[in-house]
Design a protein around this ligand. Structure first.
Ligand SMILES: Cc1cc2nc3c(=O)[nH]c(=O)nc-3n(C[C@H](O)[C@H](O)[C@H](O)COP(=O)(O)OP(=O)(O)OC[C@H]3O[C@@H](n4cnc5c(N)ncnc54)[C@H](O)[C@@H]3O)c2cc1C
Length: 409
């Protein structure tokens, strides 16, 4: 077994680390200052465009997309350590390199399932970083971790050349950003269909379609997540789009959603590990040189335990994420199902714990805006819900384990 990264990964890692030092970290305070002076907090700070232009110039662009025709053509194993590096500045670096959710998942859907026309109209400007996008599945009225509950209707018009959407969604990431021009909406085309997994379809809905209302921003532990374009409540009230906006065929929504979530989950975990690395660095810097009761914080056993436990946890998580990435590359997403669920269960929980210890070590500063820890904690905590709550993954993973024994009996 070889634990070394290959030459291409090493070369990209070096370049990305330099890009982070020279451009991304210095841009963090600049972005905050610029945002404070914008007419609307949902507008985009000028430094975002500068970062994107520089990343693109340096070839650090669309690294997530394994399809070489559209993206960098990296394997999951090659992309994993790069996503980890961008996770150290999760509000800026993924966006700067055009590797931010939910655009990544949406680009994958369009690259894999979109028609030629859909790719030309929406995938190309997304790949060029000219527009942003959102993915609208979750609904306030139903338990949306079970996609068969979705109630939004996508009805074929009497003339047959349009679909009409009616429904309400919430926590639609990115939708508050005016640059978010296109929504991929999951709804039901056949709500009475015999197979509950063939009732759903996905359809492209341009933001400016009459009947689409981006109603309000949901908060996340009080944060509005401006850099990510927020998490919006969106209402579809008789919104009409051409029939050609359907992705794939009627009834394929559930299957497309499954395909979309596999890579999305591992990308989140890779970035979470980067967030944990940043927390360890901040803990060490804070512990050295700050004195309480006559001793450096770094000399306190409890502080050493936090740092040691964090390092042990990060090493474990990284190995599991890399193994999962390798499996996805070698046996496909289905073959890596157990490992994808395992990392999605293990990583957010563990990183929340590390961030919580880092907050504690920073005292009052830790919960404030002067350090990134509180916001990182909130972001990590939401990943125990987003892309499937822990309990849903635990249930499905346990079913697969138990099945081995049931079949033997
Ligand atoms: C910051 C953030 C961003 C998000 N971005 C998006 C987005 O861009 N697009 C989008 O469509 N959605 C998004 N979501 C929504 C997210 O995907 C859903 O919250 C998630 O799927 C759970 O659905 P729900 O909130 O309806 O919870 P419910 O389905 O009501 O579940 C509530 C709780 O019930 C428990 N539970 C559910 N099922 C089981 C089970 N089988 N066994 C045991 N316990 C169970 C779990 O504890 C679960 O947390 C986002 C959420 C957050 C917090």
């Amino acid at each position: 077994m070889d634990f070394a990264f290959d030459a291409r990964t090493e070369e990209l890692r070096e370049r990305l680390l330099t890009f982070m030092d020279e451009y991304v970290y210095p841009a963090e305070p600049v972005a905050a200052e610029q945002r404070a002076r914008l007419a609307s907090p949902w507008d985009t700070p000028a430094v975002f465009g500068e970062l994107k232009a520089e990343a693109r110039r340096q070839g650090l662009w669309n690294l997530f997309l394994p399809d070489a025709a559209h993206g960098a053509g990296l394997t999951n194993l090659q992309y994993a350590p790069l996503a980890e590096i961008t996770g150290r500045s999760p509000h800026l670096a993924p966006m700067a390199t055009n590797c931010a959710a939910p655009d990544t998942g949406n680009m994958e859907v369009l690259a894999q399932f979109g028609s030629e026309e859909q790719q030309k109209q929406w995938l190309e400007p997304l790949l060029a970083g000219e527009i942003r996008s959102a993915f609208a599945m979750t609904e306030p009225e139903v338990a949306s971790s079970d996609a068969t509950n979705i109630e939004t209707r996508i009805e074929r018009s009497a003339s047959g050349d349009e679909y009409v959407l009616t429904g309400r969604k919430w926590f639609i990431s990115g939708a508050m950003n005016p640059d978010c021009k296109i929504f991929i909406v999951m709804g039901k085309t056949d709500p009475e269909g015999a197979d509950p997994r063939r009732q759903q379809s996905m359809i492209l809905v341009p933001r400016d379609t009459p009947g689409v209302e981006v109603r309000r921003a949901m908060t996340v532990y009080g944060y509005e997540d401006h850099d990510h374009g927020g998490h919006a409540e969106v209402v579809f009230d008789g919104a009409r789009v051409p029939a050609a906006h359907l992705i794939g065929e009627e009834g394929s929504g559930f299957a497309i959603a499954q395909a979309r979530l596999g890579p999305g989950r591992i990308h989140h975990c890779m970035r979470l590990i980067g967030m944990a690395e940043r927390a360890i660095e901040l803990m060490c810097r804070r512990a050295v040189g700050r004195t309480a009761f006559g001793k450096e914080l770094a000399a306190q056993g409890v502080v050493q335990n936090w740092i040691a436990d964090a390092r042990v946890t990060v090493e474990q998580l990284r190995l599991l994420v890399l193994k999962t990435a390798w499996l996805m590359d070698t046996v496909g997403n289905r073959g890596a199902h157990t490992e994808i669920q395992a990392i999605k269960i293990a990583t957010p929980r563990a990183v929340v714990r590390i961030l919580d210890d880092a907050v504690q070590l920073h005292g009052a500063g830790g919960v404030s805006q002067d350090f990134p820890l509180a916001e990182l904690w909130a972001a990590a905590r939401t990943l125990r819900l987003a892309d499937g709550p822990d309990e849903v993954h635990q249930r499905s993973l346990a079913h697969r384990e138990l099945k081995k024994y049931a079949s033997r009996a």
